[in-house]
Write a protein that binds this ligand. Structure first.
Ligand SMILES: [Ca+2]
Ligand SMILES: [Ca+2]
Ligand SMILES: [Ca+2]
Length: 377
């Protein structure tokens, strides 16, 4: 029996209790940037600015252009991440925040001339760039740092608030980077982006590896010297594989030949013994819907409901499991040989939700990113 075919035309009525109140979420498709050669991609997400301007550590006065030389125009501050951040496969525990709108795992954190396109081998490299431009904090603006939450699900927040520009001191922009410990998500959230340069026409937005080491393709560009509406926008950068999330291999299946994608879930030992439920969609991962303090990166459709109502059944097997001591599990998404060509061009996404059932009532404790599987001829 071809379960994939039946899913396209079926729509189960009953709902798993957990999601009973969430079915009204929208299904508008967003624009996806990437993936880059390493598998990082970005999606627009709802803005959820976590303002730390009254609670965070203000490091503005500690910005330096070189050791001992204070500089609030082109300066940087080295800080502890308070979590291990895996970036292009390398773990980091420290980074530098630049007055010019980026953080870097390199030593080059004072550059005021943003490179375009993203991926230049020129320094700086190893960058997370929510808004790399020639910002200037001498007349206005502050940079704040804060860690929120409890391991293994902490978030590290780096926030540029009310920053002026070297070329336009009256303009001001406010934005932040949020790095998620367990999932590795990197999010950019923007608030007021005022004045002409606030639209990004002179800024670089994205991430890059060291292209001299990781290859020129390890670079994800969201925008480069291009005007756009950034105020109240937000982007989530994630990888379809890697620790702390869900990893789908291979990334596509031939419907003629059939095949199986292994979905490896790895969320950390802190979730050992908890229940893992893998859910799916063929309607995209953006916007998804909010539930229990998390954003589920799956749009609700008949396949989603099938994975909720009939976990562990084809085409998605071993999808309802107990996480092992390392917080890991593996599910399988299978298309049998000769699956209907009507599915060609569909991309299925799968994400795992982690549930603590120890109290007798399911409590959502974590949600992974979404792994993609493209269906090919
Ligand atoms: Ca570079
Ligand atoms: Ca500057
Ligand atoms: Ca610029």
């Amino acid at each position: 029996m071809n379960h994939l075919k039946s899913i396209l035309s079926s729509c189960p009525v009953a709902l798993f209790t957990l999601f009973a109140i969430s079915a009204s979420a929208g299904v508008a498709a967003g624009q996806t940037y990437g993936p880059d050669a390493y598998g990082y991609y970005a999606d627009p997400i709802p803005n959820a600015f976590l303002d730390i301007s009254t609670t965070g550590l203000d490091v503005t006065s500690q910005l330096q252009s070189s050791p001992g030389i204070s500089n609030q125009d082109d300066g940087s501050y080295k800080f502890n991440l308070n979590q291990t951040v895996n970036f292009y496969g390398i773990p980091y525990t420290q980074a530098r925040v630049s007055s010019n709108g980026y953080i870097t795992f390199s030593n080059f954190a004072t550059d005021y001339t943003n490179d375009c396109p993203v991926g230049s081998p020129d320094n700086p490299n190893l960058n997370i760039m929510p808004f790399w431009d020639d910002l200037d904090f001498r007349t206005q603006g502050n940079i704040y740092l804060e860690t929120q939450g409890i391991a293994p699900t902490r978030v590290r927040i780096i926030q540029w608030t009310g920053a002026g520009f070297f070329a336009d001191p009256a303009a001001d922009v406010t934005f932040q980077v949020v790095i998620y410990e367990a999932s590795g998500w990197i999010e950019f959230h923007y608030q007021g982006m005022n004045g002409l340069p606030g639209d990004g026409n002179s800024a670089t937005i994205g991430i890059e590896d060291d292209p001299r080491v990781g290859g020129a393709g390890n670079a994800l560009e969201i925008s480069c010297n291009t005007s756009g509406v950034l105020a109240n926008a937000a982007f989530r950068i994630q990888r379809g594989s890697g620790t702390g999330g869900i990893n789908g291999v291979p990334g596509s299946i031939s419907l003629a030949l059939g095949g199986t994608q292994a979905l490896s879930i790895s969320v950390g030992s802190g979730f050992a013994g908890q229940t893992c439920l893998v859910l799916g969609t063929f309607s995209g991962s953006v916007p998804g819907f909010p539930y229990g303090g998390f954003q589920i990166p799956l749009n609700i459709d008949s396949y989603f409901l099938n994975t909720v109502n009939a976990p562990g059944t084809p085409p998605l097997t071993n999808s309802f499991t107990t996480l092992d001591a390392q917080g890991m599990s593996v599910a399988s998404f299978t298309a049998p040989p000769g699956t209907t060509p009507a599915l060609i061009g569909y991309t299925f996404h799968h994400a795992a939700v982690v549930l603590d059932l120890s109290t007798g009532f399911p409590v959502l404790t974590w949600v992974t990113g979404a792994a993609q599987c493209a269906l090919l001829p």
